[in-house]
Every structure is written in structure tokens, then in C-alpha cells.
Design a protein around this ligand. Structure first.
Ligand SMILES: Cc1c2[nH]c(c1CCC(=O)O)Cc1[nH]c(c(CCC(=O)O)c1C)Cc1[nH]c(c(CCC(=O)O)c1C)Cc1[nH]c(c(C)c1CCC(=O)O)C2
Length: 357
């Protein structure tokens, strides 16, 4: 791999016939596109080998390592998109927030954000602080040939939940308490996080990613009314700010069955659906003209090939009914990220089956 990361980024690649981009543009793809959220990670022995002895966040700031890890699932599975190996807390770490990623737990924040003073003291990301990520993108746009590269960031609400809770949370009680008890501080927090998220996405876009995904993984913890009042304006600002790049934008969350319409309003071209809602139902919740992405339950991958095959066939049939009902396109994916102990052979067989349907 010729890792000359500091070369000037070329203009964005033109990949109109790539199945992932064709499907999102509403054109008939040459094959049904499929990729997996968290396709890079501990399900791959080659990932575990290359990461040995290197901290998760350290690995995210090493362009050569980011590029190689991003490429691993593309080589192994023949997926139709690569997703940059990074993490939603990378921009927060780069900005100077004291946090780490604890294996088996997730992000842990040293000083949780609980007050207006804490919010006012939050550092805002500058593009130079994520130059190593941009360097990795530039390496990948040369190494990936015809496979599109998806950049990503966490949405303001999901980032806020980690900062306020101090780590992963089942009920997000501290987050919701701040949201409701001190709306001014809450909106100031999400505004600051939206600005950091925009800077992080714009750095990836300037370096040449072909699409972006915004992960609002924990938005499903909210009621529709709370999502609209406390979250949607900030997520909308993120999508508005990156629209001028002219690349597909994907919006995903978990447990979002009642939020799909509002999430579609935020401005994405593609709405990711978790496994709880059939795609031919989701199309009516999201509204016509949007592309749907999903939605195999990651846990089904542990149930043996017969169960996996039946679910893949069910989901592609529901996707075809969603297309007939007005969905602009479908990208096959899981309904959440690949689980760490997943057998990678099963993922490769899912790709082959989806491409045959
Ligand atoms: C909520 C969230 C996080 N990070 C992310 C989200 C949104 C996606 C989702 O909801 O699954 C985003 C993310 N983080 C990672 C990816 C994979 C990117 C890719 O496939 O190239 C993605 C898409 C790498 C990672 N991010 C993390 C790992 C595991 C780190 C390791 O290898 O030990 C990977 C591969 C760490 C992390 N980071 C986070 C969690 C919950 C964890 C898991 C903790 C654990 O189970 O060890 C926060």
C-alpha cells in the first residue's frame, strides 16, 4: 500500500455505476447492494490481529491502520460499500475531551457534562485536529478502486448521551433529566455537538468520502414529541450543513420505529431501519422518495444458515414491496452493527445470497 497520506485530495471519485450509489440515486443497480454497519471489528480475525496491543482510539488516529482495517471486510465479504474505521467519539477525543473507549463497555467520559458551565467549557473541534482521519480517507480513495467509501459521525443526541451519562446507559436518565430540567443548557449542548459533528463530516467529505452516515443509535430512547422538540432541529442542522457536498446522506437509529418519519425530515436521502419494523411498513412511516437501508437482526446471524437465509429472503421481498410502494431504493444492511462474536463466514454468505436475489 503506497501510504503517502499527505497528497492533496483529488476531486471526489465518479462511481455512478457502483450498486450502492446507483440504488441510492433511484437507478436500477447491477446487483442489490449490501454492506454491514460495524463490518470492521472483532468479528474478523485479521482485525483482532492487526489491533493487538494498540488502543482503540489510538488506532483511529493512525491513517495506515484505519485504511487497512477499513479494507479488511471489503476484501473478505465483497460488500458494496466500505465504511471508514473510526468511532463516534473520535471527534470528541480530537477536540480535547477526556474520554476513552473501554473494550466490552464502550466510551467512558472522565468528567460528565451536567451543567451550563460544563457545556460552556466544551471544546469545539477544528478540522486540523482530525487530519489523520482525512489522511486515511485519502489513502482509501486510492486503494478502494470502484467501491464507495462511507464516512460517518455520531448524531448530537447520541453523543450528548455519552457525555452526560459518562458512558453507555440503558435508560439515559441523566440525559433526559438535563433535557427537561434545563432546556437552554440542553440546546446549547446539542448546538455545540452539532458544530463539532459538522466539522468532522466536512473534513471527511473534503478528503473524498462518497457518502456519509449519521448514527443516532440511542434516539429510540425518546418519544416522538421529545425527539421533535429536543433533537430534530440539531440533527437537521447537521444534514443541512453537509448537503452542499452533493453526496448521499444516511440517517440511522435503533428502536426508531415511531421516529422514522421525523428522522426522514432531518434531511437524509437514506433512512436506516432496525429489525423491528418490516421495510414495506417502514416505507409508509418514512414517507415516499426516501431510500431504505436494512434490516436484518444481527442476532439472527447466530441462528444457523437456514434461519439466516429465510430472513434474508423475507427482507429482500419486503424491500421489493417497499419499492413498489414508493421507496426510492433499498440498500441491504443489518438493523444494527455486526456483533463482535459473529462468524464472518456467515456475513460473506449473506452478501453472496443478497447479490443473487
Ligand atoms: C454507539 C456507537 C459507538 N461507536 C459507534 C456507534 C454507532 C454504531 C452503533 O450503534 O453500533 C460507531 C462505530 N464504531 C466503530 C464502527 C465500525 C466502523 C467500521 O465498520 O469500519 C462504527 C460504525 C468501531 C468500533 N467502536 C468500538 C469497537 C470495539 C473496539 C474493540 O475492537 O475492542 C469498534 C470496532 C468501541 C465502541 N464504540 C462505541 C461502542 C458502543 C463500542 C463497543 C464497546 C465494545 O463492545 O467493546 C460507541
Amino acid at each position: 500500500m503506497n501510504a503517502e497520506p499527505h497528497a492533496t485530495a483529488p476531486a471526489r471519485r465518479e462511481l455512478p455505476d457502483a450498486p450502492f450509489l446507483a440504488a441510492i440515486a433511484g437507478r436500477a443497480p447491477s446487483r442489490r447492494p449490501v454492506w454491514f454497519m460495524r463490518q470492521a471489528g472483532r468479528s474478523l480475525p485479521e482485525y483482532r490481529k492487526i489491533r493487538a496491543g494498540i488502543g482503540m482510539l489510538d488506532s483511529c488516529f493512525r491513517p495506515d491502520l484505519v485504511a487497512e482495517i477499513t479494507l479488511q471486510p471489503v476484501r473478505r465479504h465483497d460488500v458494496d460499500a466500505a465504511i471508514l474505521f473510526s468511532d463516534i467519539v473520535v471527534p470528541l477525543k480530537a477536540a480535547g475531551i477526556d474520554l476513552d473507549i473501554v473494550a466490552g463497555t464502550g466510551p467512558v467520559v472522565a468528567q460528565p457534562v451536567r451543567s451550563a458551565a460544563d457545556v460552556a467549557a466544551l471544546p469545539i473541534l477544528t478540522a486540523d485536529q482530525v487530519e489523520p482521519v482525512a489522511d486515511a480517507v485519502r489513502i482509501l480513495t486510492r486503494e478502494l478502486a470502484g467501491t464507495p467509501l462511507i464516512g460517518f459521525a455520531g448524531a448530537p443526541f447520541t453523543l450528548a448521551s455519552y457525555l452526560v451519562e459518562g458512558g453507555p446507559s440503558r435508560n439515559h436518565e441523566k440525559t433526559k433529566a438535563l433535557m427537561r430540567s434545563d432546556p437552554a443548557t440542553w440546546h446549547a449542548l446539542l448546538d455545540a455537538l452539532a458544530t463539532t459533528t459538522i466539522t468532522f463530516l466536512q473534513a471527511q467529505l473534503a478528503a473524498g468520502v462518497d457518502a456519509v452516515q449519521v448514527f443516532d443509535s440511542w434516539a429510540g430512547a425518546l418519544s416522538l414529541a421529545d425527539y421533535r422538540e429536543y433533537v430534530l432541529p440539531h440533527s437537521t442542522r447537521v444534514f443541512d450543513a453537509v448537503s452542499s457536498a452533493g453526496v448521499p446522506k444516511i440517517h440511522f437509529g435503533v428502536g426508531t420505529g415511531e421516529l422514522l418519519g421525523a428522522m426522514g425530515e432531518a434531511g437524509a436521502d437514506v433512512v436506516g431501519v432496525d429489525w423491528r419494523i418490516p421495510l414495506d411498513d417502514a416505507v409508509h412511516r418514512v414517507g415516499g422518495g426516501k431510500v431504505l437501508q436494512g434490516n436484518l437482526d444481527p442476532a439472527v446471524l447466530f441462528a444457523g444458515w437456514d434461519a439466516v437465509e429465510a430472513e434474508v429472503r423475507r427482507i429482500t421481498a419486503e424491500a421489493d414491496r417497499a419499492l413498489a410502494a414508493g421507496a426510492r431504493g433499498h440498500v441491504f444492511n443489518l438493523g444494527h452493527g455486526v456483533l463482535p462474536d459473529t462468524d464472518p463466514e456467515i456475513l460473506t454468505r449473506v452478501v453472496s445470497l443478497v447479490h443473487s436475489l
